[in-house]
Design a protein around this ligand. Structure first.
Ligand code: FMN
Length: 197
């Protein structure tokens, strides 16, 4: 498979960057090819400007998509699978990745309306995986309902909602404890997920 990995963290000294490293080591071992879209390194523009807003809101539907958005859509189109790697910030992805969805999942690409009905997207992706390190332990995020809300929004809406039925999330939790065993266990899990992708 060819995998487009959307990576969203500002620091290469971060644990999230180590997760990217471990996951791609496993992915390589499994014989997959991949491309990394490092949103901070690319200085990806996450804010929608008024012109794109007019296109997406239907005021000026004939406007072309911006070039940087078309480039991201081309990378998605050239891939069989998508992987998102980001830290949990305020119970969701960093704002830059939220902006990636706002701008890249455009009308006519990720969804469209025909006769008032939501119709099929043009995204042809076989599977998606979301890997997100979190400060809290997973058990705590499950107990307080945040893990479920993260899955609802990221998997049900942003991925399955645009036709990627096979979409899973792995929360690599407990990072707040600074426990080296948790650190190693989470990196081992990232490697295994790449190896078995
Ligand atoms: C701005 C910010 C917000 C955060 N919000 C949450 C949160 O809502 N839930 C959580 O479990 N951890 C939260 N964390 C902790 C990170 O998810 C955690 O540190 C993660 O392991 C990423 O580590 P890294 O920055 O070294 O990659 C937050 C961290 C930051 C910097």
């Amino acid at each position: 498979m060819h995998v487009y990995i959307i990576f969203c963290h500002p620091s290469r000294q971060s644990f999230t960057y180590s997760v990217l490293y471990s996951f791609t080591a496993g992915l390589k071992k499994a014989g997959h090819t991949y491309e990394i879209g490092d949103l901070y390194a690319m200085n990806f523009q996450s804010d929608m400007n008024p012109e794109q807003y007019n296109r997406e809101s239907g005021t000026e539907p004939g406007l072309p998509v911006p070039d940087d958005v078309a480039a991201e859509q081309a990378k998605v189109d050239a891939s069989d699978a998508l992987v998102f790697i980001y830290p949990v910030w305020w119970s969701d992805c960093p704002a830059k990745l939220k902006g990636w969805f706002e701008r890249v999942w455009t009308v006519g690409y990720a969804y469209s309306y025909e006769n008032g009905e939501h119709s099929a997207s043009r995204i042809k992706i076989e599977k998606a995986l979301v890997l997100c390190p979190a400060g809290h332990p997973v058990e705590y995020l499950e107990k307080i309902g945040i893990a479920e809300s993260m899955r609802k929004i990221m998997l049900d809406d942003r991925l399955r909602g645009v036709g990627i039925e096979d979409a899973e999330m792995e929360i690599l939790g407990g990072m707040i404890s600074q426990d080296p065993d948790i650190h190693e266990r989470n990196l081992g899990r990232a490697y295994d997920l790449g190896r078995s992708f």
